[in-house]
Design a protein around this ligand. Structure first.
Ligand code: ADP
Length: 197
């Protein structure tokens, strides 16, 4: 069983992912972590990035210079596509490699922040589970966690699918608002016992 887990920033997606591992014995494939690792010092994508964009986009310790890349993407929309053309196949390969480590019958959970936005993911999983909450709750949680301003969090939200689009793609929705963490864990337990799994 391949589960695609998604949700907007601050929805509680990572919390639910951990609960699926602990309660459901799932193997978690964290596509965000895979993506980040590719561009850390010595990351597998760094030679291709250096070649495509030049040494100005590589930090002294050999990582992607995120500030320089953000600035370039702002001026040149094609830059983001060129970076994604390097990263996406590598993310796909590493995702497949990690998922293949699942034991027979083990649930594999793919944590994919932009599952609804990317389209291609929908075909690679058997079920889509969406973690949902009010936008105001997302903003509160992310501000508390990151120290970002409300405007900065709203700018991130504006780049993500809206709640209706995400819920429309879902086979199951976990509504994580006004719940304690314990109650959320119980919801995950109920989901694991449901016919969906
Ligand atoms: P995401 O991965 O969707 O960005 P996280 O799972 O990291 O979200 O949750 C964001 C923050 O909100 C974390 O600090 C988490 O502990 C907290 N959080 C999530 N759900 C709840 C809840 N039901 N009650 C209290 N805190 C929560």
């Amino acid at each position: 069983m391949r589960i695609g887990l998604t949700g907007g920033i601050g929805s509680g997606k990572s919390t639910v992912a951990q609960a699926l591992v602990i309660q459901g014995g799932a193997l978690l494939v964290d596509t965000d972590a895979i993506s980040r690792a590719l561009t850390l010092p010595g990351g597998a994508a760094m030679p291709a990035i250096a070649q495509a964009f030049g040494p100005g986009f590589v930090t002294a310790d050999g990582a992607l210079d995120r500030a320089a890349m953000r600035e370039l993407a702002f001026r040149d929309p094609g830059a983001k596509r060129r970076l994604e053309a390097i990263l996406h196949p590598m993310i796909g390969d590493e995702t497949t490699r990690q998922a293949a480590l699942a034991a027979p019958g083990q649930i594999v959970v793919f944590d994919v922040p932009l599952l609804v936005e990317s389209g291609r993911w929908r075909r690679q999983v058997d079920r889509v589970v969406v973690v949902d909450c009010r936008e105001s709750t997302q903003i509160e949680r992310v501000m508390a966690r990151s120290g970002l301003s409300e405007a900065a969090v709203r700018a991130i939200l504006a780049q993500q699918a809206d709640r209706a689009a995400r819920r429309g793609a879902a086979d199951a929705v976990l509504y994580n608002d006004g719940l304690t963490l314990e109650a959320l864990q119980a919801e995950v337990g109920a989901l694991l016992r449901s016919p969906l799994f």
